[in-house]
Ligand binder design. Structure first.
Ligand code: G3H
Length: 249
């Protein structure tokens, strides 16, 4: 049975005091125990967040990592470093990493392998640009991102993988994919994974939707059979909104 997951990607928001305040607010009100809740603060606040939440059901996850084990990579953080402070999951392939930091499919395949080999779980993000959808290339693009980023993995590694479909045109824009568009793409993703591996593996993979999920639209999006949760940006910075989205299941 695949997991229901709501993950908050805080991106480059919240200093230490703001991180602690938001965590404190979340702890008071997070009561839905059917859903796995994860939050991804910035690197500098990962350890304090982890320490505060380690005895709770809320998992603290990283937003990125470098593919090398260690070395002369100024400003970077390795999988082993994340593990050494208790982190078990990393987000990889976010469209902002792809667009602003030049992370291409080949690099992401290396990062995925490094994370999996280190024993980390991966929330792997992918999704089409508006132009891809307008020119009816969105299915091909998504299939290609899955193939390049993940299909080199053996089937046994997929217990460490969560997928996050995030159409780029819906991120931070207030324009969300319709529940039908999300379901159509999630079903396609599951079929594509089944085609590469098998139906039972694909059926066990959680596929999250990300892109302008808010309390007002979460229930309808999460009601779709192949949508197993959400990767939430803006709305995860507000405790009330994030909790409402968690409770939307
Ligand atoms: O990682 C989260 C996504 O980029 C979604 O962000 P958003 O909810 O602000 O659109």
């Amino acid at each position: 049975m695949r997991e229901k997951i709501v993950a908050g990607n805080w991106k480059m928001n919240n200093d230490l005091a703001e991180t602690q305040a938001l965590i404190s607010d979340l702890r008071k009100v997070l009561t839905n125990t059917d859903v796995k809740v994860k939050i991804a603060p910035t690197y500098v606040n990962l350890y304090p967040a982890y320490e505060t939440l380690k005895d709770t059901a809320v998992e603290v996850v990283a937003q990125n990592m470098h593919q090398a084990k260690s070395g002369a990579y100024t400003g970077e953080v390795s999988a082993d470093m994340l593990k050494s402070i208790g982190i078990q999951t990393v987000i990889l392939g976010h469209s902002e990493r792809r667009a602003y930091f030049g992370e291409d499919d080949a690099l992401l395949a290396q990062k995925v392998s490094a994370a999996v080999d280190a024993g980390l779980n991966v929330i792997f993000c992918f999704g089409e640009e508006l132009e891809d959808r307008k020119s009816d290339k969105h299915f091909d693009l998504v299939a290609s991102q899955l193939k390049s980023g993940l299909f080199h993995l053996p089937a046994s590694a997929w217990k460490q993988i969560v997928l996050a479909y995030e159409p780029v045109w819906a991120i931070g824009t207030g324009e969300t994919a319709s529940p039908e568009q999300a379901q159509e793409m999630h079903e396609f993703i599951r079929k594509t994974v089944a085609g590469q591996y098998d139906a039972s593996l694909a059926d066990g993979v959680s596929i999250l939707y990300g892109g302008s999920v808010k309390p007002a639209n979460a229930t309808e999006i999460f009601s779709k059979p192949d949508v197993d949760g959400g990767l939430i940006g803006g709305a995860s910075l507000n405790a009330e909104d994030f909790v409402a989205i968690v409770n939307a299941f």
